[in-house]
Design a protein around this ligand. Structure first.
Ligand code: ZN
Ligand code: MN
Length: 467
């Protein structure tokens, strides 16, 4: 029987402000517990909030990056509920006058996941479960958040994953947040229901997902659970779930409150705010956004696959365009980064650091040496490895001898020697075992001391080995 997944995602994103949304406390991550709080963010009687306008500016940038309409008027409201991580007994959020409305995130297929709204709110404290006790760290309470609410346009686990990854990238490019899901600065709640013959089922919600891969898996597991219930003639209960990574199942947390249970009402300690055109402009223009950078890479001759990999890093843009300006061939440059550099630096932070710190003119010099035929790709890879692991510059590891290059005739000579040295591989190749050609590369690399360009050698070998 055909059930269709209908899903919307609510994403909480911590804004990159220095101080909290309603007080001056620091938002720095990783400080000792309860060292960054004050009477306002811990809800002491009589303490009054005052709005951090930088948070509003970043919220506006988020809205613009998501193609939203920025509201001319917005208001804060109290969402009342009791939980130990919420000392005030209510969260200051926005209910019917949010900062931004409308908008979308475009997937690579061209499909748009519509955004219903983006509103500002404060984060709650963090519960730490340790040795059978629960501790509360209020450093996080009052950290500014935006909540990005999508329309129920997501129809598969893959789309959910892509939406979250896109949203993360867009927020990073816009300078709104670092969106570190592992540190909790981006968290997703996923609504899922199954629809059959146009009839929508009851939806459930999976809370606090902190990895795009788990989001896809959790959605798959929950859709499967609901499908089994429906096929068995049962009814899906409205529920809040969490995803248990160990068992790969969704498990109930508590029954879901309706909006009416929160008794939203306007926050009396903060005025309604008019957002002027000038204020919106003060939030600053957006830089090149992910899909624009992707398109620009393609137009420079980078493969779609490389462009997808490279554009995941914010600092990559300035670096890459710098290389191209200094004469590097874009396709070759992207191959060296996606292949060699990313094989040497495997963590995302390290890669961002590389793009920030490696001088583009130095990288361009290496790429030019390859495309000018002075050195082979293998030698270039070796030089990169040395620069990255030992420090220094490209020039420190490229001798005049290296830069003397290998001309076509010398390369052809090397290829002939390689074939002569391994008649078995030559016979295999001629007999149709095309992989046997790899046997000659080692010889050519050694004999040329890494200077030979292997793709060029491959072309010559194919010609030599023609029957
Ligand atoms: Zn505070
Ligand atoms: Mn929220």
């Amino acid at each position: 029987m055909n059930y269709r997944i209908v899903s919307g995602i609510e994403t909480h994103i911590e804004l990159s402000t220095k101080s909290k949304i309603f007080c001056g406390c620091s938002t720095r991550f990783g400080a000792p517990p309860n060292t960054q709080c004050c009477p306002v963010c811990t809800g002491q009687p009589g303490a009054l909030p005052s709005l951090n306008m930088r948070a509003v500016q970043l919220g506006i940038r988020a809205g613009l990056a998501l193609h939203c309409r920025i509201s001319p008027r917005m208001r804060f409201d109290r969402k009342n509920y009791f939980y130990s991580d919420l000392p005030k007994g209510y969260q200051i959020t926005q209910y019917d006058l949010p900062l931004c409305t409308g908008g979308y995130v475009q997937l690579e297929s061209g499909r748009r996941i519509r955004i219903e709204r983006v509103h500002l709110e404060e984060d709650a404290g963090k519960l730490i479960h340790q040795n059978g006790s629960t501790y509360i760290d209020y450093n996080r309470s009052g950290v500014p958040l935006i909540e990005v609410v999508s329309m129920p346009d997501i129809s598969s686990p893959q789309e959910a994953r892509e939406y979250v990854e896109q949203l993360q990238l867009i927020m990073r490019y816009a300078g709104v947040s670092d969106c570190r899901m592992q540190e909790g600065s981006m968290r997703c709640d996923i609504n899922i229901s199954l629809v059959k013959d146009g009839e929508a089922g009851t939806r459930t919600e999976i809370k606090n997902m902190n990895s795009p891969a788990y989001i896809a898996r959790a959605m798959q597991a929950e859709a499967e659970r609901q499908r089994k219930i429906l096929l068995g003639g049962g009814r899906v209960e409205r529920a809040t779930l969490r995803y248990d990574e160990a068992s790969g199942r969704t498990v109930p947390m508590r029954l879901k409150e309706g909006a009416e249970d929160y008794r939203y009402f306007p926050e009396p300690d903060l005025p309604e705010i008019t957002i002027s055109r000038q204020f919106t402009e003060s939030a600053g223009a957006l830089p090149e956004m992910p899909h624009e950078r992707f398109e620009r890479h393609i137009s420079l001759g980078v493969s779609a696959n490389n462009a997808r990999i490279l554009c995941r890093y914010v600092a990559e843009g300035a670096f890459f365009y710098g290389c191209v300006e200094h004469g590097a061939d874009a396709a070759k440059c992207s191959n060296l980064i996606a292949g060699t550099v990313f094989a040497l630096i495997t963590d995302d932070d390290g890669r961002e650091e590389f793009f920030k710190n490696f001088p583009p003119e130095d990288f361009a010099r290496l790429v030019r040496a390859v495309t000018d035929g002075k050195i082979g790709t293998t030698l270039a890879q070796g030089v990169l490895e040395k620069v990255i692991t030992r420090g220094g510059a490209v020039g420190d590891y490229l001798t005049a001898q290296d830069m003397r290059g290998i001309d076509d005739e010398e390369l052809r000579e090397l290829c002939r020697a390689a074939v002569a040295a391994d008649p078995v591989a030559a016979a295999d190749y001629r007999a149709g075992k095309l992989k046997a050609i790899g046997a000659f590369f080692g010889y050519i690399k050694r004999a040329s001391e890494g200077r030979a360009d292997i793709p060029a050698a491959e072309a010559i070998l194919k010609e030599l080995l023609k029957n």
